[in-house]
Design a protein around this ligand. Structure first.
Ligand SMILES: *Cc1c(COP(=O)(O)O)cnc(C)c1O
Length: 388
């Protein structure tokens, strides 16, 4: 019997090592891993560049404190701001911390300009922003909130796509709209470009902030460094995590100079956030993702993957309802509950993971090879053939 609490429905599978797209299990089998720690291992398992970076830094200094200058973090922040809308970065350790920090930054900005009552955040009902007390209340998911005491006030919710309700919801107390650019846990639901543009317009008109949670869809996962780039808009605040650490826990919130002005010394902090070890790994991840043809290749290969999956959808119209997502953030939506299908894929040595709305999430590393995609397609096809 496990001494771990039972808050996860764990699969009976463990691993002794990984390499690229593959995991080698303690049962002797080799699995094609298209979970990759839930969109975390952007460069696959045991990437040599990341190993080199962490080894090198581990011999110098692991941790100091944000009471000192951390050059590796200065560099990572500089690189993130140079590539994006942002002017400033605060480093954290996880996605939930990053979204919490995003909420704090938004509220603190209005406080700092003399509008302390402007503090409510509008979110999509049943979205996902992490598991802390504030983040579950931001998500507005009954399942996540239930049993965890008094609801945290300060969040208003509208249903995905309900623009009328959203517009009506904005009051003089509204500080920001916070949405995932692509809803991950919610079933790989893309907010269309026209809609993101509309959100930007609404925020400009009402003088409120746009927070785009790119914890899952950011850092190249969607084929661009940030998924919102497709809509040619600029957000005010963007929390990131998952992919930036390539497997090492890193979170961050990116923001414009304007909103960063509220974050004066003492307003926020983190003991571990931005430590030299984490920052060295983050820089090594960017070394790869910023390479000239890296994202072009993600786009090209993911397009191929989507094409092949859509062929399967045509071949099995009674099983597969829809192929969702963009880049390597892929959702295979079934007509029925996906649990058995995921199990069968695993029996055939392909690892995937669920999302809401009967969706199977397929999350290869961003440097996946074409022949590995072909292998996945072959396995999914085989399972479709035997699936009833
Ligand atoms: C995973 C995720 C989070 C939470 O990240 P943790 O590291 O698990 O705290 C927040 N927002 C989105 C969109 C996510 O996918």
């Amino acid at each position: 019997m496990s001494s771990l609490a039972n808050n996860y429905n764990r699969r009976k599978l463990s691993f002794k090592r990984g390499k690229g797209s593959f995991l080698y299990a303690n049962n002797g089998k080799k699995y094609l891993d298209f979970v990759q720690g839930i969109a975390v291992n952007s460069l696959g398992h045991a990437n040599l560049n990341l190993i080199k970076a962490i080894n090198k830094q581990s011999k110098k200094v692991w941790h100091v404190s944000n009471a000192f200058i951390i050059p590796e973090g200065e560099r990572l922040a500089k690189r993130l701001t140079k590539k994006t809308f942002a002017d400033s970065v605060i480093f954290q350790n996880s996605g939930a911390e990053a979204t919490e920090a995003a909420i704090k930054v938004a509220r603190r900005y209005f406080y700092s300009i003399g509008k302390p009552n402007k503090n409510r955040i509008i979110c999509i009902k049943n979205s996902f922003h992490g598991r802390t007390i504030a983040a579950i209340n931001a998500s507005g998911s009954k399942k996540m909130i239930e049993g965890f005491g008094p609801k945290v006030d300060g969040f208003d919710h509208f249903e995905f796509g309900d623009h009328k309700k959203l517009k009506k919801m904005i009051t003089k107390k509204t500080a920001a709209i916070m949405v995932e650019t692509i809803m991950g846990e919610g079933g790989i639901k893309i907010i269309p470009n026209w809609c993101l543009k509309e959100l930007r317009k609404i925020c400009n008109k009402k003088k409120i902030l746009l927070i785009l949670d790119e914890v899952q869809c950011g850092i190249g996962r969607a084929g661009k460094f940030f998924a919102y780039e497709y809509a040619k808009i600029k957000p005010d605040i963007v929390p990131i995590a998952k992919g930036i650490g390539g497997g090492f826990p890193i979170g961050a919130v990116l923001m414009t100079k304007k909103v960063a002005s509220g974050m004066t010394p003492g307003t926020h902090g983190s003991t571990f956030g931005g430590n030299p070890l984490a920052m060295s790994v983050g820089n090594a991840v960017l070394d790869q993702i910023f390479k000239k043809n890296f994202l072009k290749n993600v786009k090209k290969l993911s397009k191929y993957f989507h094409l092949e999956l859509n062929k399967l959808k045509k071949e099995f119209p009674k099983i597969i309802k829809e192929i969702r997502g963009i880049g390597f953030l892929i959702g295979l939506q079934l007509f029925q509950d996906q649990t058995k299908f995921i199990q069968k894929l695993m029996d055939n040595k392909l690892l995937t993971i669920r999302a809401a709305e009967n969706v199977i999430r397929i999350l290869p590393p961003l440097n996946v090879k074409k022949k590995e995609i072909d292998l996945a397609v072959k396995i999914i096809k085989k399972v479709c053939h035997t699936y009833k």
